[in-house]
Design a protein around this ligand. Sequence first.
Ligand SMILES: CC(C)(COP(=O)(O)OP(=O)(O)OC[C@H]1O[C@@H](n2cnc3c(N)ncnc32)[C@H](O)[C@@H]1OP(=O)(O)O)[C@@H](O)C(=O)NCCC(=O)NCCS
Length: 133
Amino acid sequence: MIREVNNNMVENLFKDYFPNYHRSNIYEHIIIYEEKEIMGALSYSLIYDRIEINYLLTLLKFRKKGIALKLIDYLIKIAQEKKCQNISLEVDITNEAAINLYLKAGFQKKALRKNYYQNHDAYLMIKELVVRK
Ligand SMILES: CC(C)(COP(=O)(O)OP(=O)(O)OC[C@H]1O[C@@H](n2cnc3c(N)ncnc32)[C@H](O)[C@@H]1OP(=O)(O)O)[C@@H](O)C(=O)NCCC(=O)NCCS
């Protein structure tokens, strides 16, 4: 089951996996995939007419079961309801799993961000959306 939760609930989970985790801003929203326990979580910010993915995580034992794709699909529905133009994110250029995932979900590599992470480059990836009137 996928649902939106308040920020505090998964903060520790993100902190464990992303040592630099911080709430990006007051607009942060989090959606989770859970059955008996949380299996994955996605943090995003809605910024006017676009969405930025801040963090996405599937817990180790639940990986490769389509959970991240389901979270992204859910986010795409939110973005369409909010009439967003696009969804964007930065991803480490060595993170093959995440890059493949985003490509599969219809994102495209749009730019290279040099040293976006300390000493690591990142791709800016964007999924353009058709805004329905
Ligand atoms: C990246 C991550 C979120 C993927 O989560 P997941 O739930 O295992 O992904 P899914 O099962 O939905 O996979 C969907 C697609 O992503 C790609 N993918 C996922 N894991 C992959 C891997 N280890 N290697 C290569 N491609 C991979 C594949 O294209 C896959 O489709 P397929 O199963 O038909 O091959 C997960 O590996 C993770 O939490 N990594 C650590 C945190 C992280 O890097 N987050 C992203 C930061 S931007």
